[in-house]
Design a protein around this ligand. Structure first.
Ligand code: PLP
Length: 391
């Protein structure tokens, strides 16, 4: 249908700003014989007891509005969990239940950033951050990573001068690296004495394969009091379609974020929060089961990628991504399009920032068979396209 009665309609400037800045692409669909290593979500089903809890909640007639900050029982359970992660006191009043991690990020970024504010993000990183900063009218300052895909602390120090906000994820989408305690301590030192706020998106915190305990930003004294912690049930519990996550942090930041979240979303679906509570209370064994599977798949993928000439492998420390660099002189968006002709879908590194160029993001949230076939096809595609260039 055309907008015949409003011929001069132009989308609001916020839409234009997002469109101008956005690198986000529609995820390639698996079709026919295409093997997809492009997914950003677990391929496991949600644990059965969680789904059952939602059914029971519906049957019990839990179909009315929830409190605006979220169900009290869920916030209490999360406050307890957060106190143990942070090693500090935590109150349910400091927890905001959100419509997935996406809405938590949106609420916190829109609650913090004014037009013209400088917001520092690593480059490459999860592409939603830059879009949300653009929506708020802020200025995105991308900081290229070091060659090992960890932070380049000198560049970060320069970029952070005068920044309102620093947003990062750990473990990292798309690189699959995990920032260590030492890196987070270095960040705390860089920010010492500044008014810069931090958003720590730890969506993949349960998927750390380094063998050392995962360090949350909120466990550091030098970061906790300036940090909004953003979490989601999507990845740990295979609950992407449920749309539930949460924020935790200093009360003024959480209350400001709640104001935005309530204005956009109202409260979160009551049944979903009841199911999330069961996930928090009973889901540890499920997390461990899925983690073990990812760990095995990550090794299969890494071993397969190591046999492909011209790839420089990333260190697969966490999440379910690997981010190899390739040496063919083709932009990653074009390379990804060509690779589909070889029957494999992956994501272009440039989708996650200009410095993600000449990388591919591969997800091992896929069956072992799909990983083996997909990596073999990737090798075939790269060999063929590389040979073509040399001629
Ligand atoms: C780093 C990171 N944060 C947040 C999200 C958003 O997750 P949700 O499904 O909870 O909106 C994603 C999803 O891919 C992600 O990769």
């Amino acid at each position: 249908m055309s907008l015949a009665l409003v011929p001069d309609f132009a989308p609001a400037e916020a839409v234009a700003r997002i469109a101008a800045a956005s690198r986000r692409k529609q995820q390639p669909q698996s079709s026919g014989d295409l093997v997809s290593l492009a997914m950003g979500e677990p391929d496991f089903d949600t644990p059965e007891q969680v789904t059952e809890a939602a059914n029971a909640s519906l049957r019990a007639g839990r179909t009315h509005y929830s409190p605006l900050l979220g169900e009290v029982a869920l916030r209490e359970a999360l406050a307890e969990k957060l106190a143990s992660i942070a090693g500090a006191a935590s109150s349910p009043a400091d927890v905001l239940i959100t419509q997935g991690g996406t809405a938590g990020l949106a609420a916190s970024i829109l609650a913090i950033v004014n037009p013209g504010d400088k917001v520092v993000i690593p480059d490459p990183t999860y592409s939603l951050y830059a879009d949300l900063v653009s929506m708020a009218g802020g200025i995105v300052v991308p900081v290229p990573l070091a060659d090992d895909l960890h932070w380049d602390l000198d560049r970060l120090a320069d970029a952070l001068a005068g920044a309102k906000l620093f947003v990062f994820c750990n473990p990292v989408n798309p690189t699959g690296i995990v920032h260590s305690h030492a890196e987070l301590a270095a960040l705390a030192e860089l920010l010492d004495g500044t008014p810069t706020i931090v958003i720590a998106d730890e969506a993949y915190a349960d998927l750390d394969y380094t063998g050392r305990p995962f360090t949350s930003a909120i466990s550091l004294d030098g970061l906790r009091d300036r940090t909004v912690y953003c979490q989601t049930f999507s990845k740990s519990y295979a609950m992407t379609g449920w749309r539930v996550g949460y924020l935790w942090g200093p009360q003024p930041l959480i209350h400001a974020s709640a104001r935005i979240h309530n204005t956009f979303n109202g409260s979160v679906n009551t049944v979903v929060q009841d199911a999330a509570l069961v996930a928090v209370r009973t889901g540890d064994a499920d997390i461990a089961r899925m983690r073990t599977a990812y760990e095995r798949r990550r090794e299969i993928m890494h071993a397969g990628l190591a046999t492909i000439p011209g790839l420089t492998l990333s260190s697969p420390e966490g999440a379910f991504y690997q981010f190899p660099r390739y040496d063919i002189d083709i932009p990653s968006v074009d390379l990804v399009a060509k690779l589909t002709e070889f029957g494999v879908a992956v994501r272009p590194g440039a989708e996650f920032g200009a410095h993600g160029e000449h990388h591919l993001r591969l997800s091992y949230a896929a069956s072992e068979e799909a990983i083996e076939t997909g990596v073999a096809r990737l090798g075939e595609g790269l060999r063929s396209l590389g040979a073509h260039r040399a001629q």
